[in-house]
Unconditional design. Structure first.
Length: 259
């Protein structure tokens, strides 16, 4: 009996030691996978915090099991295509307070349908590709950017979830219509369908062109008629100016005799 107790005690100690060893390996593995300059922690999943890390680009060695990713307050200027494609568990992505100007068409490929929160506020984004936010289910924050309000932005916001709230927070820095500059995008979109402006402009140009041609034709017809009238008047005056032919007496007599 004493031998059995001793064996069980040693077995339990070995199990605890083995568990500790496994946990240590896992922790070391997670720590070793954490990008340089970032802090990684486990709290309902892997949280990767790279805030204020002086990053100039998005790290390409992000752990695939990342759930929360904070890249705010850095010097990132662009979001390349498929940069997050391996982060299938990503739920929160914070890219605020950077210098982002360019977002490639497939920047959020692989995470568009799993993201719950996307923060792109306080950057330098003026415009994006019309498909940049396709299939994005996240609640997006894109305020405090120098947006150029045009048809592309209108299409982008229509394709996003919660687009009404998002559009209401977008202020037009510039716009295809000067009167919309400095106003919320939602007001601008309500005033005019920005995607119909090129068509309307084309229609107006065609109308102006047709009116110009019509005016030229009418002017030519009027000129032609007046010129003909003038020629006819001159011809008539010429005929009137010709001396009339006097009949001789004998010719008059002959005519009377014949009758």
């Amino acid at each position: 009996m004493h031998f059995v107790d001793l064996w069980l005690t040693r077995s339990l100690s070995m199990c605890l030691l083995l568990q500790s060893f496994v946990l240590m390996i896992l922790c070391f593995h997670s720590a070793s996978m954490c990008p340089k300059g970032c802090l990684c922690s486990h709290s309902g999943g892997l949280n990767v915090s790279c805030s204020n890390a002086n990053l100039k680009e998005i790290p390409r060695d992000l752990p695939p099991e990342t759930v929360l990713l904070y890249l705010d307050s850095n010097q990132i200027t662009s979001i390349p295509n498929e940069i997050f494609k391996d982060l299938h568990q990503l739920r929160v992505l914070n890219l605020s307070k950077n210098g982002i100007e360019f977002i490639d068409e497939h920047a959020f490929k692989g995470v568009a349908e799993t993201l719950q929160t996307l923060d792109l506020s306080d950057n330098r984004i003026q415009s994006v590709h019309k498909n940049a936010f396709n299939n994005l289910k996240a609640r997006a924050r894109i305020a405090n950017n120098p947006w150029h309000c045009d048809c592309t932005l209108q299409q982008v916001l229509r394709s996003m979830a919660s687009n009404h709230e998002t559009a209401n927070n977008v202020i037009c820095k510039t716009s295809v219509l000067d009167e919309h500059a400095g106003r919320p995008f939602l007001n601008a979109a309500n005033d005019a369908d920005l995607c119909n402006l090129p068509k309307r402009t084309t229609d107006y140009a065609m109308l102006v062109t047709m009116f110009g041609w019509f005016t030229m034709v009418i002017s030519y017809v009027v000129y032609y008629v007046r010129q003909n009238q003038e020629d006819a008047r001159r011809h008539l005056e010429y005929l009137k100016s010709l001396p009339s032919r006097q009949k001789k007496p004998d010719e008059a007599d002959d005519i009377s005799t014949v009758v």
